[in-house]
Design a protein around this ligand. Structure first.
Ligand code: MTE
Ligand code: MOS
Length: 798
């Protein structure tokens, strides 16, 4: 073969890389796409479930003493589920087994202590209100500071420590300058449009089928099996699609499914559980609020020499995924910066609140915000523009992170940075902002650029595996099963593209099947942004096996060595007779005909593909390893205008340059970048969870919890994908995109900081104390702070 010939039996890729719409886009907007609860009409005799919620944040009760007589007297109430109905374990915790499905010790306000099943939802609700529970209230811990004082912890201290000069204390002592900071970082409600939902039924053989809006069907299956005391092979869990999940259905879908399955077990009838918004907000976990305390050492140029960071997270009442989430916070406090001496210590606090859980970025955003807060303060302290101080501290090729991982492709950070500074016209706009601010005493603009480096892989190494099952029928039509779940992120679209190209067929020949545990077992959650990396590689491998077998058959028919055959456009042909060649028709074979022929020749037309990420590991005790397969990079420029009387602001313009490798699906990736950014912006600028002192969540709906809407979106929004960015050793050279863009929104908070600083007479008059979330109220107080700082300085000079 000459060197210009394509490599043997490699798929042509007419679909991968194409800007296709989401495979369910039409269904999403017309309402034709079904979600779990839309399946309810199929189950005519289904019962409805409603919880009895605790009014106390912390209390004791006796399950045996729960009085359901009044509830059962209500018409339509069928039964009340308590611990007595559990045939297996009364335990639904995902990692640690520390969550009772039916508690005797209530651990947060709104926790379900029993469930009422009714012929109608109304009956179930009336029944739940009539159940009498005798609570013995106990003292509750409802703030992080209370938890720290009470030494109420869910984990030991998790540590990463590294230093050029031995230890951080010595480096701090030797640093030319030091500063201290403290920052409380708010949590975030997932507010997926589709609330938690499950429908369970028993079939005639005594086996359970659960429809669940879950990111993690295998774990939902496991928890249902655990509660019912069954082997997992008797439980099938299906996740059709989710109307958003964002991490909130990674583990917290499990108890919902368990209640449905338990109800079905007790009554023999299908049981449906679907939270309304208030239930969802009061019962399920959120993004962890964090408390960060730090000391930084730096030189006169703003070069960081030491960073000592203490992180606390509010884990709520049980462990959930809080430990891994804290680890990811530790792994991301460095962001794109080389910090020669670092100590970061993280500890998860136990409070009497909902058990906080995975949320897009998985602790990474909180760690990164703490690091960026520190850099911004250092920049202000040395009197240099923040973007210069940031660039000064960038990792360079060959550097390692504090946990010892080589920062491969570190050159992408400055490449993205300077590319974006250029395309966003940063320097000219900075001058324009200064000019605007000089002539506007009551409105100030701020412009900021921030980078992102986000590690891709589950940091729990064994989770980085995936499987697929691809079936080709005699008529050449194809079914693709894989372990990943669709939550709107476009995973199924990418899998369709990979499968179509893997078999050389058209998209309409391929059907993507609902995710089910009886097709691919022992899957990981679709999370950590690695859904397409892992499942895509598994689908590709399954297709390659089938292609190889079919090529043998086609080779005999066409009298061509199999390795010279190509699969594309629904035909199989020797590479020298590609479509367009005059002999293409005569020397090729249709995929449909080939499938038929393979069947007649008794050649298997289905295959399982399996993939595991190579060469990742992490040693918790040593705080060293290579937890990530690679890093995803990006940067964003945001410009805001702030009103000095109210703290209100508008986002005037956003420019993003983001690294998705070689995009499998550019339209999908663009959607992920825009959506991730806006969700991050909501977290940092408007969404504020408020818990009352007694532990009740005061923000229980969209009326009190301010989500970003179209009105808060940037007036100009420019998103570009980094060109020439193929990632070796990832399927199709692509990169994960689900979470990294979320942290691009830190640029909004930093732009607000710039604007706030401009309200001071001299920009360095006082450090900007900006709350997080930086709501208009927080911005207002920050402005007051710098004005007071100015006043103080003036009076000190007098
Ligand atoms: N995009 C949409 N539309 N809806 C979602 O629920 N979840 C995010 C992200 N993008 C989410 C989303 C989160 S938290 C993760 S981890 C990834 O998608 C998971 O999917 P992936 O691994 O296929 O990217
Ligand atoms: Mo995403 S927070 O990893 O589900």
């Amino acid at each position: 073969m000459s060197s210009s010939e394509p490599p043997p039996n490699v798929p042509v890729t007419p679909h991968v890389g194409k800007a296709l719409p989401h495979e369910s886009a039409v269904g999403h907007v017309t309402g034709a796409a079904h979600y779990t609860d839309d399946l309810l009409p199929r189950y005519a005799d289904a019962l409805h479930a409603w919880p009895v919620q605790s009014p106390h944040a912390h209390a004791r009760l006796s399950q045996a003493a729960i009085d359901d007589a009044a509830a059962l007297a209500i018409e339509g109430v069928v039964t009340v589920l308590t611990v007595a109905d559990v045939p297996g374990a009364n335990e639904v915790g995902p990692v640690a087994h520390d969550e009772a499905l039916f508690p005797e010790e209530v651990m947060h306000c709104g926790q379900a202590v029993a469930w009422v099943l009714g012929e109608t939802l109304e009956a179930a609700k009336l029944g739940a209100a009539a159940v009498v529970v005798d609570y013995e209230p106990l003292p509750a811990i409802t703030t992080m500071r209370q938890a720290i004082a009470a030494e109420s912890f869910l984990t030991e201290a998790l540590v990463i420590e590294s230093g050029d000069s031995g230890d951080v204390e010595a480096a701090l002592a030797a640093a030319p300058h030091t500063l201290e900071g403290e920052l409380e970082i708010g949590g975030q409600e997932h507010f997926y449009l589709e609330t938690q939902a499950a429908i369970a039924c028993w079939d005639e053989a005594g086996e359970v089928f659960v429809h669940s809006s879950t990111q993690h069907p295998s774990e939902t299956q496991e928890v249902v099996a655990r509660v019912l005391g069954l082997h997992r092979n008797r439980v099938t869990c299906q996740s059709l699609r989710m109307g958003g999940a964002f991490g909130g259905k990674e583990v917290q879908a499990n108890p919902v499914a368990a209640v449905a399955a338990l109800g079905a077990h007790k009554t023999g009838r299908p049981v449906r559980v679907r939270y309304d918004r208030q239930l969802d907000m009061t019962m399920t976990g959120k993004r962890h609020p964090f408390l960060a305390r730090y000391r930084a050492g730096y030189d006169g140029d703003g070069r960081i020499v030491a960073f000592d960071l203490q992180l606390y997270s509010d884990g709520g009442y049980s462990l959930d995924l809080s430990k891994a989430i804290m680890f990811r916070a530790l792994f991301h406090c460095d962001n794109c910066y080389r910090i020669p001496n670092l100590r970061v210590v993280g500890r998860v606090l136990r409070t009497h609140k909902t058990s906080q859980t995975a949320f897009r970025g998985f602790g990474g955003p909180q760690g990164m915000v703490a690091g960026e807060d520190m850099l911004a303060r250092v920049a202000q302290a040395v009197g240099k523009p923040a973007h210069e101080v940031r660039a000064l501290n960038f990792y360079a090729e060959g550097d390692r992170t504090p946990y010892g991982q080589l920062v491969r492709d570190a050159e992408r950070i400055p490449r993205i940075w300077s590319g974006l500074m250029g395309s966003a016209d940063f320097e000219a706009r900075r001058a324009a902002v200064a000019e605007f601010n000089a002539s506007h005493p009551h409105e100030k603009r701020g412009l900021a650029i921030t980078p992102v480096k986000f590690g891709i892989s589950f940091t729990t190494s064994f989770l980085n595996q995936a499987g697929a099952l691809v079936l080709v029928y005699q008529d050449g039509s194809v079914q693709v099963n894989h372990g990943g779940t669709e939550m709107g992120q476009g995973l199924h679209t990418k899998m369709l593209q990979i499968a179509a190209d893997g078999l050389g067929v058209t998209l309409d020949q391929v059907r993507l099947m609902p995710t089910r545990t009886d097709k691919v077992p022992n899957t990981s959650a679709t999370a950590a942004s690695s859904g397409s990396d892992l499942n895509g590689a598994a689908v590709e491998r399954a297709c390659a096996q089938i292609r190889e077998r079919m090529a043998e058959v086609a080779g005999r028919r066409l009298q061509v060595p199999p390795m010279d055959l190509r699969f594309a456009g629904g035909r199989v042909f020797p590479f020298w007779c590609a479509p367009g060649h005059p002999d293409h028709g005569a020397s090729s074979l249709g995929f449909v005909e080939l499938a038929q022929q393979a069947y007649l020749e008794r050649v298997s037309l289905f295959a399982a593909g399996y993939y595991r990420t190579p060469a990742i590991h992490y040693d918790e005790a040593a705080g060293r390893g290579k937890p990530f397969h690679y890093f995803a990079y990006g940067a964003a420029v945001s410009e805001v205008e702030v009103d000095g009387f109210t703290g209100q602001f508008v986002l005037r313009r956003v420019d993003i340059l983001h690294d998705v490798g070689s995009s499998i699906s550019p339209l999908i990736d663009r959607g992920q970048i825009e959506g991730g950014f806006i969700q991050g912006m909501g977290w940092l600028t408007s969404e504020e969870l408020i818990w009352a002192e007694d532990g009740r969540l005061a923000t229980r709906g969209a009326s009190t919890y301010k989500l970003p809407t179209l009105g808060e979106c940037p007036e100009a929004f420019h998103v570009e994908l980094l060109p020439m960015a193929a990632e070796p050793a990832v399927v199709k050279g692509s990169k994960a995109v689900g979470e990294p863009p979320f942290m691009l929104a830190i640029s909004v908070r930093e732009a607000l900081r710039e604007a706030v600083a401009a309200f001071a007479a001299e920009s360095n008059a006082a450090p900007v104390e900006l709350g997080c979330p930086s709501t208009p109220e927080a911005v207002y107080w920050a402005i007051e702070g710098v004005r007071e700082g100015r006043a103080k300085q003036v009076s000190a000079a007098e």
